[in-house]
Write a protein that binds this ligand. Structure first.
Ligand code: HH2
Length: 270
């Protein structure tokens, strides 16, 4: 991709770790979507179920109800790309019918035996993310012999499975899954060695925004709202290391940081 894309997060949930409860009703969610579009978001990532440890599971009907109204309302007034952040094929199907064109799945299309075939039939882009274990327990004691090697091997296998199921190779994106079954050190190792994920040959997505590893580095950042500066540092580092899409809560600030970085790089004297 020629320039990094910014994916703005909108969680239509009562319990997401950062914006839970803020966008549960359609007018509030649509206002946030409009704000992110005005600020220059390339993609809106709409989620109806939190994946944070301890979050309540949501049934398919309720998750669909939460996301479809917002997706249809955004699609009625904007051409912005919309991704649906879900593990459930039924939710993805309804979201694509309403106007989404990307299925972002934190289970890398493993949650249901139907996921791969449904994604192939929908002809949507797919974000395949690495997660160790399951959301409820993934942060209990995550352990790897070689976190970067294991995450890269997993993503390579999921990309192969996706393509074997009929998903177009150019529709595949890979995500190391910052915070999903990882200690702060694991997250830092992945961010520092993103080139090994990039070497798999697919566009790379990174979601570090407001995550807890930032508080492990700066203990004054206990609240998610205090992690903007750390999120910007992580987004810049990710893009410098080859990330094609950064998934963020703060679109305007992220774009400003990326533009300043690009302007400085462009001003280098040959
Ligand atoms: N992180 C979250 C959710 N979905 N998808 C991808 N591809 N990459 C990520 O890093 C990622 C993701 C968690 O963040 P958030 O949506 O803000 O919280 P919650 O899961 O509590 O709704």
């Amino acid at each position: 991709m020629a320039r990094p894309r910014v994916m703005g997060v909108i969680n239509v949930t009562p319990d997401s770790f950062s914006d839970g409860g803020r966008f549960l009703d359609l007018p509030a969610a649509l206002a946030q979507a409009r704000r992110m579009i005005d600020q220059g978001a390339d993609i809106l990532d709409v989620g109806g179920e939190s994946t944070r440890p301890g979050a309540d599971p949501v049934d398919e009907a309720e998750e669909t109800r939460r996301v479809v109204g917002l997706i249809a309302a955004v699609r009625a007034e904007s051409h912005v790309a919309i991704s649906i952040d879900t593990m459930k094929p039924g939710v993805a199907r309804a979201a694509v019918a309403a106007g989404a064109s990307i299925w972002n799945d934190v289970t890398a299309l493993r949650w249901s035996p139907e996921s791969l075939a449904v994604a192939a039939r929908l002809r949507c882009e797919v974000v395949l993310m690495h997660m160790l274990g399951e959301p409820a327990t993934m942060q209990a004691a995550p352990a790897y012999d070689d976190v970067v090697g294991e995450v890269a091997a997993f993503l390579a296998e999921r990309a192969r499975a996706a393509i074997a199921a009929g998903i177009a190779p150019h529709a595949v994106r890979l995500d190391p899954g910052i915070g999903f079954g990882k200690t702060p050190e694991h997250n830092l190792a992945l961010l520092a060695n993103l080139d090994r994920i990039k070497a798999l040959g697919f566009p790379v997505v990174v979601g570090a925004s407001r995550k807890r590893f930032i508080a492990a580095i700066d203990q004054s950042a206990k609240d998610e709202g205090d992690r903007l500066a750390g999120s910007l540092a992580a987004a810049l580092a990710a893009v410098r290391a080859g990330a094609d899409i950064v998934r963020v809560h703060d679109v305007r600030e992220t774009l400003q940081a990326l533009k300043v970085e690009a302007a400085i790089s462009g001003a280098r004297v040959p």
